[in-house]
Ligand binder design. Structure first.
Ligand SMILES: NC(=O)c1ccc[n+]([C@@H]2O[C@H](COP(=O)([O-])OP(=O)(O)OC[C@H]3O[C@@H](n4cnc5c(N)ncnc54)[C@H](O)[C@@H]3O)[C@@H](O)[C@H]2O)c1
Length: 314
């Protein structure tokens, strides 16, 4: 199959791309390469350094499936430059979906976010609950989802709502909770937890890639929104799990981030997907990669720090 991955040089794309190549697909990656390009060359891989907003430069001919990951990919990154984020996350989605349909693309997989729900009192957050996005990032995700679904009469659309992703990627992110807390423990022997009581769902990066592969293998699953989050635990519980494995001290400070939610992913599980990895695997990977020297605590592992460095500030 011919697959286009936007944002394929990112944290998730750098794990997903080699797996799709191993599955035998032809893969085209379109990415601005803001954080670098960590993809190994491959005879069935084409990497195009381009901005999705420059839609005429995106090679869509012959593409059957798109995995759309190119976004400003976290809350503080979006707050740095909301205009850029609306342009990339929303306008970019509209341009891409519109051109995709005209080019005959049959399947769109969009990497949305479980954070579209906002704060929920319901013990189980399912896809049918109303969205109350709190931050600009959450709002851009909600609007982009709706744009994608508005094309579902012309192509199959799967909006995936992932939990916070954890685990090792060649393009490493150290601003996501499990990775960040593990690095603090292994590097400094101290874990700083903001608030700590907020419950959040998690998904291992190998399972994240697995979800996209699952939908590529089952393109006729009904169009719609699918949660993808499994271990719903508090930040303090994550810190405690890290502390159990890596000798460290936990320091709890005040938090101004009220988002707390539990994701129910029964709809995804009912399609036949089952997760194979745990938060504990991610903790072990981050520890091992740091000790071996493969993981370095570089500025480009932090979205906000690196966006400032690139001058992508509004
Ligand atoms: N990592 C998580 O915990 C998580 C959770 C839920 C949803 N998501 C979503 O998954 C997607 C991928 O996330 P990630 O963690 O890999 O983020 P990332 O920042 O590592 O990857 C995004 C990639 O997109 C590229 N990009 C950004 N704007 C672009 C543009 N205009 N044109 C072309 N390329 C552009 C960047 O260079 C980067 O390589 C994002 O849409 C994100 O919102 C991520």
């Amino acid at each position: 199959m011919n697959i286009l991955i936007t944002g394929g040089c990112g944290y998730i794309g750098s794990v997903l791309t080699p797996q799709l190549l191993s599955d035998g697909h032809h893969v085209t990656v379109v990415d601005t390469q803001w954080f670098g390009n960590f993809l190994e060359p491959h005879e069935r891989l084409t990497v195009v350094k381009e901005d999705i907003r420059n839609i005429d430069a995106i090679p869509l001919e012959g593409i059957e499936t798109i995995v759309h990951l190119a976004n400003i990919a976290n809350d503080p990154g979006v707050e740095l430059n909301p205009t850029l984020s609306w342009e990339v996350n929303v306008l970019g989605a509209q341009l891409l979906a519109d051109r995709a349909v005209r080019a005959g693309v049959k399947h769109m997989l969009y990497g949305s976010s479980g954070s579209v729900y906002g704060i929920k009192d319901e013990p189980q957050v399912t896809e049918d609950l109303p969205l109350v996005p709190i931050t600009v990032y959450n709002k851009t995700k909600m609007v982009a989802e709706r744009i994608m679904l508005s094309y579902s009469d012309k192509m199959q659309v799967h909006n995936i709502r992932p939990a916070t992703v954890c685990g090792w990627s060649p393009r490493m992110r150290l601003d996501v909770s499990v990775n960040m807390l593990t690095l603090q423990a292994v590097k400094n022997g101290k874990i700083t937890v903001f608030g700590g009581k907020q419950t959040r769902p998690n998904i291992h990066i190998q399972d994240m890639a697995g979800v996209y592969r699952h939908f590529i293998a089952h393109p006729h699953l009904p169009s719609g929104n699918y949660n993808a989050g499994f271990e719903n635990i508090s930040i303090l519980d994550i810190a405690t799990r890290v502390k159990d494995k890596i000798s460290s001290e936990i320091i709890v400070t005040e938090s101004n981030d009220p988002r707390s939610y539990r994701q129910n992913s029964e709809k995804l599980l009912a399609t036949g997907f089952s997760p194979k990895f745990k938060i504990d695997d991610a903790i072990r990977e981050v520890e091992e990669k740091y000790i071996s020297g493969e993981l370095k605590d570089n500025d480009n592992c932090y979205t906000v720090k690196w966006m400032k460095h690139l001058g992508l500030v509004g």
